[in-house]
Ligand binder design. Structure first.
Ligand code: TYD
Length: 199
């Protein structure tokens, strides 16, 4: 019987395919009948998440510090309302972005990615059991975003994506599973499912 809490996080730069893969994993992961699977993402659709989306689409401007504060407020709600209650029920959470995104995206020369990760740890947010990083070069990810179309967002510029990628390399946990994001979705699903052991 699965008793341990399971909290899996998918990270990657924009266009790496986290959302598609994480949703597929929720669908495909075999679990015992008494266990629920929950797909969750940050930024959330809550009040702070909505402000974040206004910023991402260019409707409002925020300093990097203001961005960080907003992402942390959004995360506090997400942890309180979704993550903790589900872990307490021993449900399985498959999450699209978490504390590592704030470190990678908001980390800069004033407040480093490492310092931002530390701030998140001090908030007492639960630590995931496993992080999966969808690895793709910023150039390839930019090509994918261009093909996908849609409105451009705050972090879309190549220079920003390069810095975000470098930040990720500095802060991802040692046991992060790196996945070659250019593989087919079927191969990615197989690789993730093979690495998940529910105990
Ligand atoms: P994303 O998951 O890519 O959403 P969408 O599917 O709408 O594109 O996340 C939105 C953006 O927010 C993405 O560019 C990463 C950024 N972000 C941060 O800058 N800091 C954070 O802490 C998080 C969670 C996301």
């Amino acid at each position: 019987m699965v008793r341990m809490s399971h909290f899996f996080v998918f990270e990657g730069i924009d266009g790496s395919g986290k959302t598609t893969l994480s949703k597929k994993i929720v669908e495909m992961l075999p679990v015992p009948p008494n266990i629920n699977k929950v797909w969750h993402r940050e930024p959330t659709d809550g009040i702070y998440g909505k402000q974040i989306r206004n910023f991402l689409s260019g409707r409002i401007e925020l300093t990097t510090k203001e961005q960080m504060d907003l992402f942390i407020k959004d995360r506090s709600e997400s942890v309180r309302n979704v993550i903790i209650p589900n872990l307490e029920k021993h449900n399985i959470i498959i999450q699209d972005r978490y504390i590592y995104s704030t470190a990678a995206y908001q980390g800069n020369s004033t407040l480093s990615a490492e310092e931002i990760l530390e701030i998140n740890y001090r908030e007492g947010f639960p630590i995931p059991n496993q992080v999966f990083f969808l690895d793709i070069t910023p150039e390839e990810a930019a090509e994918r975003r261009a093909l996908r179309g849609g409105k451009s967002e705050f972090f879309d510029e190549d220079q920003k994506q390069n810095l975000i990628y470098q930040n990720y390399m500095k802060i991802l946990p040692e046991n992060t599973i790196f996945l070659d994001a250019t593989q087919s979705i079927e191969d990615l699903v197989t690789a993730v499912l093979e690495s998940i052991v529910l105990t």
